[in-house]
Design a protein around this ligand. Structure first.
Ligand code: ACO
Length: 491
């Protein structure tokens, strides 16, 4: 063993995840991919010490995710004093079920000759079917209290540590009443079985969701102390008002960017709409890719509703444009139909911050591009002229920025109030620009996919000047309930 030889390797490269299905004589590979992260298992450096040519193969049967771990390497570091090769099995054991540790021939036999495969159907109920490129897919949903759901989830959970940043596997040993809060959605492809005894299902992805009790107080009723008889009637958690929260959401890499994530998300959303006890759909720690998916899906969902109600920014709120006095507050109620929007949000069960994002994106899309930053509008001129700009689309854009700044200010008030006025204005300007750029990316990605609205906004020119300080107070009686419910890094 040469001194200074490099015995470390990248854990993400060493770990191969393989989906298998029965073949002619032994299981064959359907897809293979590497994890996105291994730090929850191998530490922050994602390095494994003590092996050359290391391959850790984590196999899953395509239908029921029967797992297997197989480790192979060319050479292993011989321990010197305290320095020894990583104990691979010991490190992996907390993350994989015990059943994954049998020998490979036995595993292959189990997959090849699985007597239950032919009649296997995903656990729970079939809730949605769809086609992509002439391939059929199904989404099944079941309670985590169902042992069949639990079994597949237990087998899949290691993927959370490998693909969802800061994701933690669920504890499926919880008491039944708690497991009943969880609904797991599985996406499967319906395939032609590879052998007469093979399954016709192949995993694509899954999501876990849970009911999160929502406190609701009827403010029209004065609270009174009541005499009630004990014991109190038993409460069923499934009957209490709740938010539904998406905890983990995963599509296997071999199926990415084919619309499965969107189908899964919209199915979960439809599940919320159909359940009268669920008031809102929220998401736990969404990442950037999930945000992009959710924003596109929610935009497509809400856009027809906004069009139906002619939602648009009023370029002349309260006749201010024609008046002499400049407004000192953002006249929200005069700018947008707040009551209608509240009703749309409630009906569609979209969480408040997410709804605000989609509304802002929609209102921006209604301003012709040449009057937005992305189309090269003259912002310096607009900031002089402000709400007195001659062109209604310039005024719309001005008010769009003010509305968005108002939301951002409310959300980050504590932080912003620590800054002096000039820095605060600059910070808000930077933030609104970032937000706008993000919306433009999503709108750009959706371009061409959306039906053209009948009344397209018109293009026009702008000019003028003026000066005024930033107004961030609000005249809207805003509904605070749940506005910050989901943890979301996005502003
Ligand atoms: C609550 C949570 O669990 S957050 C964690 C989410 N899960 C993960 O990150 C695990 C690993 N990644 C995945 O499972 C998948 O990549 C997902 C779920 C993020 C996306 O699933 P997909 O099936 O690929 O999404 P889908 O094909 O429906 O994409 C819809 C849109 O979302 C956006 N999108 C999807 N993936 C990405 C990405 N990696 N980066 C940026 N945008 C993305 C795009 O706008 C895409 O439309 P396009 O493909 O036409 O451009």
């Amino acid at each position: 063993m040469a001194v200074g030889e490099d015995w470390s390797c990248d854990a993400n490269d060493a770990l191969h995840i393989t989906v298998v299905q029965p073949g002619d004589t032994k299981p064959k590979t359907l897809s293979t991919f590497h994890p996105q992260f291994t730090y929850p298992i191998f530490g922050d450096d994602e390095q494994i010490f003590g092996y050359k040519g290391l391959v850790i193969r984590l196999r899953f049967a395509a239908h029921d995710l029967r797992p297997h771990v197989h480790i192979s390497y060319d050479d292993r570091f011989k321990a010197v004093d305290d320095t020894a090769a990583t104990d691979l099995l010991g490190t992996l054991k907390p993350f994989i079920p015990e059943e994954a540790l049998i020998n490979l021939p036995e595993y292959e036999k189990n997959v090849q000759e699985d007597p239950g495969a032919k009649d296997f159907s995903p656990p729970g109920k079939l809730v949605y079917s769809y086609d992509v490129n002439e391939r059929n897919y199904e989404i099944w949903a079941g309670s985590l209290a169902n042992p069949a759901v639990q079994k597949i989830l237990d087998r899949a959970q290691v993927l959370v540590s490998l693909f969802i940043e800061a994701g933690t596997p669920l504890d499926t040993d919880d008491p039944e009443w708690s497991l009943e809060r969880w609904t797991v959605f599985f996406v499967y492809e319906k395939v032609k079985p590879t052998t007469p005894t093979a399954s016709s299902y192949s995993i694509v992805g899954y999501a876990t969701t849970y009911r999160y009790w929502m406190y609701q107080r009827d403010r029209s009723e004065t609270p009174v102390v009541k005499d009630v008889a004990f014991p109190l009637p038993e409460l069923k958690i499934s009957e209490l008002p709740a938010r539904l929260r998406i905890a983990q959401f995963l599509i296997l890499p071999s199926h990415h960017r084919s619309g499965h994530g969107t189908h899964l998300y919209t199915t979960i959303h439809a599940f919320c709409l159909a359940d009268p006890t669920i008031t809102e759909l929220t998401v736990e720690d969404p990442n950037e890719a999930f945000d992009a998916l959710r924003d596109s899906a929610d935009f497509c969902l809400l856009r027809p509703e906004f069009l139906k109600h002619n939602v648009n920014l009023n370029p002349d709120p309260n006749g201010i444009y024609s008046g002499k006095k400049r407004p000192t507050v953002v006249p929200t109620n005069a700018l947008i139909p707040t009551q209608t929007l509240r009703e749309v949000r409630t009906a569609f069960k979209i969480e408040a911050t997410q709804f605000a994002h989609i509304l802002e994106m929609y209102l921006l899309s209604q301003i012709p591009k040449s009057h937005r930053l992305a189309g090269g509008t003259n912002l310096a001129r607009l900031l002089i002229k402000k709400s007195k700009a001659d062109n209604p689309d310039d005024r719309r854009y001005y008010w769009w920025r003010m509305l968005t700044k108002q939301r951002l200010y409310k959300k980050h008030r504590e932080l912003l109030d620590e800054l002096d006025l000039t820095d605060r204005v600059e910070k808000l300007d930077d933030t609104v620009r970032n937000v706008e750029e993000g919306y433009e990316i999503t709108l750009g990605a959706l371009e061409g996919r959306l039906p053209e609205p009948e009344d397209e906004p018109t293009e026009a020119s702008s000019s003028g000047r003026g000066k005024r300080k930033l107004a961030v107070s609000d005249d809207e009686d805003e509904e605070e309930n749940g506005a910050e419910a989901a943890k979301r890094p996005k502003v």
